[in-house]
Design a protein around this ligand. Structure first.
Ligand code: ME8
Length: 496
């Protein structure tokens, strides 16, 4: 069983390269697990309530519902363009989710974990978060959001609190385990907890200020705080309180993929909510660093967004974009987006290495052997390299290191290209052994590349008549005969 989630994104603007970064990564892990034969469930979606969406709708002269209906379709369109194979696209305006939020609130209210009291503090609408002194920056004597570099709003109102403070010890203990990956991120949260302790959190907004949200089931004058609502999407997706069998099946294997900006919510707040609801914690929270541009995190508020459609146009289809994003993907380190770097990855690895090998071997097989390459002994060196590569690839993927997994395959493919140059099969009367060895290498590489470049992989499968096998069944040297009917050009180089 493998259940994987992405953050649900705010649909106040279309997704950009940063959202694609997370979503393609989650998609690659989902596809990899399907290829391993695991029963997989992949959830993504949109976070549609709250002040940020309410204000975006006002600016657009639309009702919030009109805006989110339109925008969630736009998200789906982008994910289709990028071949994102989600099993459900969840919207926080979905009926079943509304029920989950209300049920959860009722449980916590009855347990005495929610109470009413006054709140005052500084708020960032872009983060949908209150900031306390020490957390915000002071610019020209005014409190500013440290992330969005915008003035904070002073807010004073009656609200409902969730007793987050009572979970401090629990959270600290959990953060010492290896639930957060890579683990150093948990250390950052622990440090903050040690320094500042844990205060109760406001989980409601008066309707006159924020009308766009799910009403509190025990007080109709209030809407639910957007983060409290949003985090619950992960249990709605698995069927909590709706489909118990599904929930029992998938929940224990849940993996949350998130950017490091929302780690506090996905550890401190989310773990406390789950504990309060007697739901087991997720298996893993996988955290990645940022894509940056000119030194700043890419985002709408920094004004340095790279559009997904521009990338798809430059690299011809989704495969190129997916491959590049995954080749630079990094959990720990921020990555600077640069056209030179992207072009060089695309040209040297996809076009010159994988594409070129497929094209050369395809042409040789057709010319020399009429496309029929029968079983032979696989060249010893290639065989060794293949076995090592498969092991390394699986190990890297199991550590969520997709970039390293791709590097391993490229290494293997470069070796295969060198093997052709050395053996010169075009000069031989019967290059069956060489071509069989090369086709086996291509077959294995194609299967392993499927999670990242599904379209090109399908083209090779068709052209070389490969079986659609899972990773567990792809035994090196097991193919009786290859029937090569085409030598496709998989990737056209971009002009730099
Ligand atoms: O935070 N680099 O939604 P959001 C890497 N609705 N990843 C980036 C990125 C960048 N420059 N920019 C965005 C929210 N991301 C909430 C989530 S979940 C219950 C609610 C990715 O639209 C990254 O995954 O602001 C980040 O965590 C997410 O988009 C934030 O998306």
């Amino acid at each position: 069983m493998f259940y994987i989630t992405t953050p649900i994104y705010y649909p106040n603007a279309p997704p950009h390269i940063g959202h694609a970064y997370t979503t393609v990564f989650a998609d690659v892990l989902a596809r990899y697990h399907r290829l391993l034969g695991d029963d997989t469930f992949f959830l993504t979606g949109t976070d549609e309530h709250g002040l940020k969406l309410q204000k975006a709708a006002e600016r657009a002269g639309k009702s919030p519902k009109e805006l989110v209906d339109e925008m969630s379709e736009i998200y789906k369109r982008y994910w289709k363009m990028l071949d994102i194979s989600y099993d459900r696209f969840i919207r926080t305006t979905d009926r079943d989710h509304e029920k989950v939020v209300k049920d959860a609130l009722n449980i916590l209210y009855k347990k005495g974990l929610i109470y009413k009291a006054k709140y005052s503090g500084y708020y960032c609408v872009d983060c949908e978060k209150f900031y306390s002194p020490g957390e915000y920056e002071i610019v020209n004597g005014k409190p500013y959001c440290p992330i969005h570099k915008k003035p904070l709003e002073w807010i004073e109102e009656d609200t409902y609190y969730f007793r987050l403070s009572s979970f401090e010890d629990f959270i600290k203990e959990v953060l010492r385990s290896d639930i957060v990956y890579p683990k150093f991120y948990a250390g950052e949260i622990l440090g903050k907890l040690e320094k500042e302790g844990l205060k109760d959190v406001s989980i409601a907004r008066p309707k006159e200020r924020v009308s766009w949200g799910i009403s509190l089931p025990f007080d109709q004058e209030y809407t639910t705080y957007v983060w409290f609502d949003a985090l619950l999407n992960y249990i709605t997706g698995a069927g909590w309180g709706i489909d118990d069998n599904k929930f029992r099946k998938y929940w224990p294997s849940v993996h949350h993929v998130i950017g490091k900006d929302i780690l506090w919510f996905h550890t401190v707040i989310w773990f406390s909510m789950l504990k309060a609801l007697d739901i087991p914690l997720p298996r893993k929270v996988i955290v990645h660093a940022y894509l940056i541009n000119r030194g700043l995190k890419i985002g709408k508020s920094s004004g340095n967004v790279v559009a997904i459609e521009d990338l798809i146009e430059r690299y011809q289809d989704s495969d190129g974009v997916r491959y590049i994003l995954m080749r630079v993907f990094n959990l720990s380190k921020d990555i600077d987006v640069s056209t030179e770097l992207f072009d060089s990855i695309y040209n040297s690895e996809l076009a010159d290495t994988f594409g070129n090998l497929v094209r050369r071997v395809g042409i040789l097989a057709i010319k020399k052997l009429n496309g029929n390459v029968v079983r032979n002994k696989v060249d010893q060196n290639l065989m060794k390299k293949l076995n090592i590569s498969i092991d390394r690839y699986e190990k890297s993927m199991d550590e969520y290191n997709v970039s390293q997994a791709l590097e391993t395959i490229m290494d293997l493919l470069r070796e295969a290209n060198a093997y052709i140059n050395k053996e010169r099969p075009w000069e031989k009367d019967d290059p069956s052994k060489e071509l069989y060895s090369l086709l086996e290498t291509i077959r294995i590489a194609t299967i392993l590349l499927m999670p990242v470049i599904p379209r090109a992989s399908e083209k090779v499968i068709d052209a070389f008549d490969l079986k659609r096998e899972g990773i567990k069944e792809m035994d090196v040297g097991s193919v009786e005969q290859f029937n090569v009917s085409d030598a496709p050009i998989l990737f056209k180089k971009v002009k730099t």
